[in-house]
Design a protein around this ligand. Structure first.
Ligand code: GLY
Ligand code: MN
Length: 476
């Protein structure tokens, strides 16, 4: 947990921002709930504990069953939680009192957890606005249904103004704060980057023909479990990289195949990293693999070179798409005007995802609050095209944005078949040549990037090898 001043400052900023959306006396209350434990089977056998990220951001306390209210009209803050009973102490060990923990977050007033119900009921009864974020977990969805008496659809919907829904004003205020990383957060994301890079180094050195994918995953995850909280998302490690989020690990590494490793660490303070590298099993790319790999590598480098304050990440995505199309044209897989192909979204058949997303307390930072509210400026609309339309971070970049840069090329037979049968390629794709790539797999190369005052820098102490010669040398 950071020093209490960090949390006090964040909540003061939130209060100021919420003050801009309504006149004094009309602002209402902002209600936050942390996560509850989630039993896997019997009550005390729970899934690994993870606190809600927006709760962590404003209140810092990493314990289950906490709630809080900020009165947006008078600024009063209250934390709602229960002190331990003797059973808790016997089974889970003693903890400081709620009052002591609350003081670490700079909050003086505390009340029992159930006290939150009466506060919300009173505010609703007085016709005051009750602002809350859309809950990301089912338990908290039910908690807000209980607190408000509204339906599941109501409490998970985000809309502005009065009504039975989560608060768009609060989402926008929270997003505007969490999007710009503070110095103390940047230190933590770099720390998560260092662990993530160590995971990848262990993975790369273990990736030899005959080894089980599962064995490598175990070694990699052991690194972050021994140095941080664990993985920042379920590890993707597969020789079927054409499946973008392939979580199966039952393969055995075969010489000559490509291994996609997309994995990251979460630091003990819950900040994330997220890196992808694609390795040639056996240590040498075939000429065909190297040609496609180099295109993805060039797209990654181009995207990084363009990343700086003032450019929309949407335009960086399109620049990466252009590099991919130019490379595929040189390989004979597409043909025609590059400008027209970029405009028609032809890159989407080869890269059906966006260039990147925000990274912070979540690996896909704040996407539980609504992808468009997080990743799009008010004057940007999301494209309907495959690929560009899957871009989660399109905003004009500002110093303090932490984003992933993760271009890829994938040969997905079912998608190629669909585009071919529906003529979606508009004549740009050389399907005859493409037939030679049906068993190629996929390639993705991902770094985490901080937008600085005058450009950008990558996370972590040293960049993972990415140029094909460097990857081959590092695998020897
Ligand atoms: N690393 C997984 C993702 O970005 O979706
Ligand atoms: Mn990513």
């Amino acid at each position: 947990m950071f020093d209490k001043d960090v949390y006090i400052r964040r909540r003061r900023s939130l209060l100021e921002k919420m003050g801009e959306t309504a006149a004094e006396g009309k602002r209402g209350i902002a209600v936050f709930v942390g996560n509850a434990e989630a039993p896997a089977q019997y009550r005390d056998n729970c899934y690994k504990w993870r606190q809600d990220s927006s709760w962590l951001y404003f209140w810092g306390l990493d314990e289950p069953l906490y709630g809080a209210v900020i009165d947006l009209d008078c600024g009063e803050e209250t934390i709602f939680a229960d002190d331990q009973d003797i059973d808790d102490i016997v089974w889970s060990g003693p903890l400081p009192s709620v009052r002591e923990l609350a003081s670490k977050a700079g909050v003086l007033k505390t009340a029992p957890y159930k006290g939150l119900d009466a506060v919300v009921a009173k505010a609703l009864g007085q016709g005051r606005r009750v602002h809350f974020l859309p809950p990301s977990r089912y338990f908290n969805t039910m908690r807000f249904m209980d607190l408000t008496g509204w339906s599941r659809e109501d409490v998970t919907a985000v809309a502005p103004g009065e009504g039975r829904h989560a608060s768009r004003e609060l989402v926008e205020a929270v997003v505007s704060l969490r999007l710009i990383k503070e110095e103390c957060e940047i230190v933590e994301i770099d720390a998560a980057g260092a662990i993530g890079q160590e995971m990848h180094t262990v993975g790369r050195l273990s990736a030899r023909p005959g080894v089980k994918e599962q064995e490598i995953v175990g070694k990699m995850e052991g690194v972050t479990l021994s140095k941080g909280w664990g993985v920042s998302f379920p590890t993707i490690l597969t020789q079927h990289g054409e499946t973008l989020h392939n979580h199966g690990h039952d393969g055995i590494l075969e010489k000559g195949r490509l291994l996609v490793i997309d994995a990251g660490a979460e630091s003990n303070s819950h900040y994330a990293s997220d890196f992808t590298r694609t390795l040639p099993v056996g240590g040498k790319f075939s000429p065909k693999q190297r040609e496609i790999y180099q295109i993805v590598c060039d797209a990654n480098e181009k995207a990084f070179a363009l990343t700086r304050p003032g450019i929309a990440y949407r335009d960086v995505h399109l620049a990466a798409a252009r590099v991919i199309l130019e490379g595929l044209a040189a390989a004979g897989l597409v043909r025609g005007s590059i400008d027209d192909m970029v405009a028609e979204g032809i890159a989407g058949m080869f890269m059906p995802h966006g260039l990147g997303h925000n990274i912070g307390l979540d690996v896909h930072d704040m996407e539980d609050l609504g992808e468009n509210l997080v990743g799009y400026d008010p004057d940007q609309t999301r494209s309907p095209q495959l690929g560009l339309g899957n871009l989660r971070m399109a905003r004009v970049l500002k110093p303090g944005h932490f984003i992933s840069n993760e271009p890829g090329i994938y040969f997905i037979p079912a998608l190629i078949g669909q585009w071919k049968s529906e003529g979606r390629d508009k004549g740009f794709v050389n399907f005859g040549k493409l037939a030679e790539y049906y068993d190629f797999g996929g390639i993705r190369l991902e770094d985490d990037v901080l937008v600085t005052e005058d450009g950008a820098r990558r996370t972590g102490p040293s960049r993972l090898p990415i140029q094909p010669d460097d990857v081959e040398a590092a695998m020897q």
